[in-house]
Design a protein around this ligand. Structure first.
Ligand SMILES: Nc1nc2c(ncn2[C@@H]2O[C@H](COP(=O)(O)OP(=O)(O)OP(=O)(O)O)[C@@H](O)[C@H]2O)c(=O)[nH]1
Ligand SMILES: [Mg+2]
Length: 301
């Protein structure tokens, strides 16, 4: 199961105490600062799973100041990896702290405490900042690959990005959304939808909440289908039942597996699907030229 919510406690390290002047000669040194907690985003959407095992993350404390004016050692920072698309909410105030949008972002979330001052008495270090936070994941993607099972969505994700999603010639190969990055833009491969998905059929519809934040739908229809227009309408109708305005998102039709039909049937099909009134991009993973054409189109969206 894709875990899309978790609660964790994070805390910066405490600052080390300052060294008091116990002896004649040079003053005692300041305490080292505590380490801080940083967040780094990744395109791995399964990262919230890690928190079922561990939910407290504390950076290292700073060390006490030394004799002869030596500053104590700074505590080591820690970094927590989170999937892009995670919202971070402060549990206590309910306020949003951060919205992580792109893979590769790095943000400070809890500062370590400052070290105490050395000297006459030697002061204590500051406490590290502490927060209890709620992590809530929504896939943020520029493009969402949707369609019936077996339409070729994961195969396209693999062709367009460095993803290595599982593909196979049967329905429901993809059980959880996969993400990939195509020229700096994020592409999500959503598990196949079937008629009745909104009532729990197939893998159900829980995944649709992940496409709430997808900007453009890439609706895949396979040339293999017996009734392409019906396939299209089936998926649209499930989107509509789900609500959240999903059907108002910009949508492009990707006609997949074009290598499997002859040119006459292909032309008839393009005409028939033309009735929908949306842009149609034909593609086959076995046709390099068509993939290049698809990339060009995506760049222009
Ligand atoms: N001939 C041909 N086969 C393709 C093409 N694209 C995908 N396939 C095959 O179609 C089958 C289904 O492809 P997937 O990418 O797994 O389909 P999917 O839409 O992700 O399927 P689900 O995850 O079950 O929803 C696999 O056996 C692919 O190898 C294509 O352009 N041409
Ligand atoms: Mg798939």
């Amino acid at each position: 199961m894709l875990i899309d919510r978790a609660e964790i406690t994070i805390r910066g390290g405490h600052g080390g105490a300052g060294m008091p002047n116990k002896f004649k000669g040079p003053a005692g040194g300041n305490g080292g600062n505590g380490g801080s907690v940083f967040i780094k985003t990744s395109s791995n959407i399964n990262l919230l799973n890690q928190f079922s095992e561990k939910d407290i993350f504390i950076a290292e404390n700073g060390s006490m100041g030394g004799k002869n004016n030596r500053t104590g050692k700074q505590g080591r920072d820690i970094e927590i990896l989170l999937p892009a698309g995670t919202s971070i909410i402060d549990k206590e105030s309910g306020e949003s702290i951060l919205e992580l949008t792109k893979p590769g972002e790095e943000k400070l979330i809890c500062r370590g405490g400052r070290g105490g001052f050395g000297g006459t008495t030697g002061s204590r270090g500051e406490r590290g900042e502490e927060k209890r936070i709620i992590l809530s994941l929504k896939l943020l993607a520029d493009f969402g690959l949707i369609g019936l099972p077996n339409a070729g969505k994961s195969s396209l994700l693999n062709e367009l990005t460095n993803a290595k999603a599982e593909t196979a010639n049967y329905p429901f190969t993809t059980l959880e959304p996969n993400l990939g990055v195509f020229e700096n833009r994020c592409l999500a491969d959503i598990p196949g939808l079937i008629e009745g998905a909104s009532k729990g059929k197939g893998l159900g519809i829980a995944f649709l909440k992940h496409i709430e934040k997808v900007s453009t739908l890439l609706h895949c229809i396979s040339c293999e289908s017996q009734d392409h227009l019906k396939d299209y309408k089936t998926v649209r109708s499930e989107l509509e039942k789900f609500g959240f305005d999903l059907t108002n998102k910009p949508e492009v039709i990707i006609l997949t597996k074009t290598d499997l039909i002859n040119i006459e049937d292909f032309q008839k099909l393009i005409k028939r699907l033309g009735k929908i009134g949306k842009k149609i991009i034909p593609v086959s993973i076995h046709d390099f030229q068509s993939l290049e054409e698809l990339k060009k189109n995506l760049r222009n969206i």
